[in-house]
Ligand binder design. Structure first.
Ligand code: NAD
Ligand code: ZN
Ligand code: ZN
Length: 337
């Protein structure tokens, strides 16, 4: 079968590889669409601590079942969403019911082969039938949507709140969409990309160019000088790590979603004087993933505008170059084979 391979830092290759074999309680899935995520970019740069070449990356994908043993719920031909999280089931965290932050958490497409290929083997328990109403393209965004749902559900966001989101990448925009659904009265979002800010405006957010305007001032002006009720930090740099503390109201809540490439300095004194809370968030629970399928299936969230490119797997390297080029007007890039 055809696969896009990570062969080492900045080394990608499209190659014919043997078909994956399936073990007991696994299914063979034909990939429909697979999206590039920031984590794939980290692997591509050679900076991911676990991913080892040669690897078929891709943990955001949809597909259909081509081979499966006896199962009560799924059969050959079913269109499916894939939850890429693999927990050990044995550690204390798993046994206390928090499998999504398993001490030994693994991901399809990071620790084992993933979706940048024609076919992939997936544990049956990680497969969910797709609603008729959900397209294969949109279904490739269920994983990041589940991240956004998990993030907002973990926050203290309440109806009528003003929310600031730092970073209008796919995760920041999806958090904005879910925050609106959860009752946010106003979503203010910053980025440095005009293309991404334009998209943010289409979703009804107040978009702020961080190179031209001060998001802290905008947050204050929009809240009678008080500051945002909840700030989601989704850009991951020192500038936004400073802004998250200055844009929040006293006793407000900061939710850190970003994975920082370099640990930022956090001014705890500023937080303590105003009793600011900080929350962190990692991936999503099975429940969040199911909610993502339900919300998308019910037409409650429209992610299609986030898909900027659909490329053949033959253009594997081009996809990564587009993601790397900050002027390329890319958002979510999907591969099909
Ligand atoms: N917690 C989790 O489980 C989880 C899951 C997925 C992604 N993440 C993290 O969330 C973050 C966002 O993910 P993404 O896929 O949307 O990444 P992304 O890189 O596409 O988005 C980040 C955005 O921040 C913008 N930005 C850069 N500097 C800025 C500034 N000074 N002010 C405002 N915006 C600025 C960038 O232009 C970009 O659009 C990443 O750090 C990623 O690693 C966390
Ligand atoms: Zn991802
Ligand atoms: Zn575990």
């Amino acid at each position: 079968m055809k696969a896009g391979l990570y062969q080492g830092a900045k080394q990608l290759e499209v190659a014919e590889v043997p078909l994956p074999s399936i073990k007991n309680r696994e299914a063979l899935v034909k990939v429909s669409y697979a999206g590039i995520c920031g984590t794939d970019m980290m692997i591509y740069s050679g900076l991911h601590p676990r991913a080892a070449a040669p690897l078929i990356m891709g943990h955001e994908f949809s597909g259909s079942i081509t081979q499966i043993g006896p199962d009560e719920k799924l059969k050959v031909g079913d269109r499916v969403a894939i939850n890429p999280l693999i927990h050990c089931g044995k550690c204390v965290t798993c046994r206390s019911g928090q499998q999504h932050i398993c001490d030994n958490l693994k991901y399809l497409g990071i620790d084992t082969n993933g979706g940048f290929a024609s076919l992939v083997s997936v544990p049956i328990e990680n497969l969910y039938p797709l609603p008729e109403s959900t397209s294969d393209e949109d279904a490739a965004l269920l994983e990041p949507l589940a991240v956004a749902i998990h993030t907002v559900r973990r926050s203290k966001l309440k109806v009528g709140d003003t929310v600031v989101i730092l970073g209008a990448g796919p995760i920041g925009l999806l958090i904005g969409i879910i925050a609106q659904k959860a009752g946010a009265a106003k979503v203010i979002i910053s980025d440095v990309s005009e293309y991404r800010l334009n998209l943010a405006e289409k979703y009804g957010f107040h978009a702020v160019n961080a190179l031209k305007n001060d998001i802290v001032e905008v947050a204050k002006e929009s809240t009678f000088g008080v500051g945002a009720d909840v700030v989601f930090e989704v850009a991951g740099n020192q500038m936004t790590a400073n802004q998250m503390i200055d844009a929040i109201r006293s006793q407000g809540e900061i939710v850190v979603v970003s994975v920082y490439k370099k640990p930022p300095e956090i001014n705890l004194a500023k937080m303590h004087f105003r009793e600011i809370s900080m929350n962190t968030t990692r991936c999503f629970t099975t429940e969040d993933f199911q909610k993502a399928i339900t919300m998308m299936g019910a037409g409650e969230v429209d992610v299609s505008a986030l898909i900027s490119h659909k490329l053949s797997l033959d253009e594997f390297e081009k996809g990564f170059q587009l993601m790397e080029d900050l002027t390329s007007d890319s958002m979510k890039i999907l591969f099909y084979s």
